[in-house]
Write a protein that binds this ligand. Structure first.
Ligand SMILES: *Cc1c(COP(=O)(O)O)cnc(C)c1O
Length: 221
């Protein structure tokens, strides 16, 4: 049973902040996704390719499916025909593969570049300097079958709200810097995907434009 009260509060809050609510439905059955869909929610996020493909095939075609988790290059081809946004692009090689598969499907795929902002030694996400150096060499902007819509980041998993806030602030600063240096005339570069069930309020206060919320809507996994 999805928590529709929480869903409706999240819908209201995200619209107050003009942010997009991505309902993270990983591990949850179609029946619960349809409950949330019936309330008007159309943007859903998944982090496993096979599950995403199956749900795309089985559920209504006006759902916008976001791939939010780490993506392996050899699996891009399965989601390229339909995915609405890929949140966690963390290498040039992955960006090139998405570009190639998008081209083969005659489409342009919206992507976000994942930055490593957490304190934890997570394996994923660009370091800011590495990303800046790729952008300064025009390596990512030159891929014409992906469209870079902004940045994505995950804060440290901690009760220390001050730390989480500082990490979100750093992502916002990185966004502003990259926007003015490389995407100034680019209207597509406008998204900051940050905030999950435990920290979406802080994220919205710090400038998130997309929150990815799972357990607060669907319950624990
Ligand atoms: C699972 C997941 C979320 C949602 O997490 P909750 O804490 O359940 O809201 C957000 N982003 C990513 C990348 C995830 O894998």
């Amino acid at each position: 049973m999805a928590n529709l009260k929480n869903l409706n509060e999240l819908t209201k809050l995200s619209s107050e902040y003009k942010a997009t609510l991505v309902a993270v439905s990983k591990t949850k059955p179609n029946s619960e996704i349809l409950q949330v869909y019936s309330e008007g929610q159309r943007v859903f996020g998944e982090n496993k390719v096979q599950e995403l493909v199956t749900k795309f095939e089985e559920l209504p075609k006006d759902i916008e499916w976001h791939m939010i988790g780490h993506l392996q290059r050899n699996k891009v081809k399965y989601i390229a025909p339909f995915v609405a946004m890929i949140h966690a692009v963390d290498s040039l090689r992955l960006a090139k593969e998405i570009n190639k598969q998008a081209k083969q499907n005659n489409r342009v795929i919206p992507v976000l570049l994942q930055l490593h902002i957490a304190d934890e030694s997570s394996k994923f996400g660009f370091e800011f300097n590495d990303l800046e150096s790729l952008l300064s060499q025009n390596e990512l902007q030159s891929l014409d079958s992906i469209e870079i819509h902004g940045l994505m980041g995950m804060a440290t998993f901690t009760d220390n709200t001050n730390q989480v806030k500082q990490e979100f602030q750093s992502l916002k600063r990185y966004f502003d810097t990259l926007k003015s240096n490389y995407f100034n005339d680019n209207k597509a570069f406008k998204e900051i995907s940050m905030g999950m069930s435990g920290d979406y309020k802080i994220a919205l206060e710090e400038g998130s434009t997309m929150i990815r919320v799972g357990s607060a809507i669907f319950g624990s996994r």
